[in-house]
Design a protein around this ligand. Structure first.
Ligand SMILES: Nc1ncnc2c1ncn2[C@@H]1O[C@H](COP(=O)(O)OP(=O)(O)OP(=O)(O)O)[C@@H](O)[C@H]1O
Length: 353
């Protein structure tokens, strides 16, 4: 458990919050630019002079009035937006730099070969950072962070500026790492897809304060206030390994979804799908002759106001799960959609992340 109860003044900006971060989980710290996400992370790391209050990890006081533990003695590792690798050293030398001595490493959880394999770095070991893509460099930075044997990993927008393929690989790598080592991770991000794929808990910040905290599912409503509009997070499990035309069958409760085989983490037990409400369309009967791959039976639970006056968010139940569709009021009237009615909700496989 990481207990934080802090205050910090930086010019006109004031960070003031108290929260207990769960151990063994991924907590995403989410909020608009300038709300204080990085400042919070830096405060936890001991990188903000003038911090007031307390920061405690398990039973250790890291920061209190009478005691401040230095960053390098907190057993944490930080990965930033920039990988900060030694440009003149090879990947291997970068990784070995700062690693515990061999005799100490023997007893450590995160072994050199395991980390190289987990992050698929074997082909790059003798290259210099300039000979790597941005995503590969960031994987080296994550590996180096892990090899310092942290008890807590702090990630500050580590996937910013990377393309979708590089991001997907890093997200899959981080998931594997977290599951393998039960390593607590604090991830600063303002990308909803990263939060949805990685977070167990979500802390939402506004203007230096906590706006809300909770599990990912509890926070979907708050995440829906994001610029890109309302969303749903569906939990799906692998189907019976059926494949057709490059699509793989997944189960959403009792119903089947067909998703592209590429971009999905291999051997995944279950997966979260981010579905933007704007990508969901509704029909009163099953859609035939359509290019849409996925349609599910759903029951209308209710309606919510949307940002745009001409639209509504339709809340749907798909089995036990919640799906949101952004639909014009004109369509709601034309189709006579009412709470309790059953509909077919269709969305493109390409709209699934
Ligand atoms: N030394 C400083 N003096 C004055 N204001 C500062 C100083 N350092 C940070 N700030 C302010 O603190 C606020 C929080 O910054 P921070 O980088 O933590 O935000 P953030 O949520 O991580 O933003 P982003 O997502 O853009 O990285 C910002 O409004 C910033 O301008």
């Amino acid at each position: 458990m990481l207990h934080v109860d802090i205050e910090l003044q930086r010019g006109d900006f004031r960070l003031q919050l108290a929260h207990q971060f769960a151990a063994h989980k991924v907590t995403a710290i989410f909020g608009p630019s300038g709300c204080g996400k990085s400042t919070l992370l830096r405060s936890i790391a001991g990188l903000e002079p003038g911090l007031r209050g307390t920061v405690c990890w398990q039973n250790n006081i890291w920061h209190a009035q009478e005691r401040i533990v230095k960053t390098e003695q907190r057993g944490i590792a930080l990965v930033f937006q920039q990988p900060h690798l030694f440009t003149t050293k090879t990947v291997e030398a970068n990784l070995r730099y700062g690693m515990p001595r061999a005799s100490v490493l023997k007893a450590c959880a995160m072994q050199f070969e395991d980390i190289i394999e987990l992050l698929s770095l074997q082909p790059f070991m003798q290259r210099k950072p300039a000979q790597l893509s941005g995503g590969q460099q960031q994987r080296v930075a994550i590996a180096r962070a892990l090899l310092s044997q942290p008890q807590l990993l702090l990630l500050d927008e580590p996937m910013n500026g990377l393309d979708q393929a590089a991001k997907s690989q890093i997200m899959a790598d981080l998931k594997r790492i977290q599951q393998r080592f039960a390593l607590p991770i604090l991830l600063v991000s303002h990308h909803v897809d990263e939060v949805v794929q990685l977070a167990d808990e979500v802390v939402i910040m506004r203007e230096g304060k906590l706006l809300s905290t909770g599990t990912l599912q509890q926070q979907v409503g708050q995440l829906s206030l994001h610029d890109e509009g309302p969303l749903s997070v569906l939990s799906i499990s692998p189907g019976d390994n059926n494949q057709k035309d490059g699509l793989l069958a997944w189960q959403l409760g009792q119903q089947t979804l067909w998703l592209p085989t590429t971009g999905l983490p291999a051997n995944s037990d279950s997966k979260r799908l981010l579905v933007w409400a704007r990508d969901v369309s509704l029909a009163t009967g099953p859609l035939k002759n359509t290019s849409l791959n996925n349609q599910v039976r759903a029951q209308i639970v209710g309606f919510e106001r949307a940002q745009h006056d001409a639209e509504m968010v339709v809340e749907l139940a798909v089995g036990e799960q919640q799906l949101r569709a952004l639909v014009t009021k004109a369509s709601i009237e034309r189709l006579n959609l009412r709470a309790g009615y059953c509909v077919y909700a269709a969305f493109k496989a390409a709209a699934l992340h």
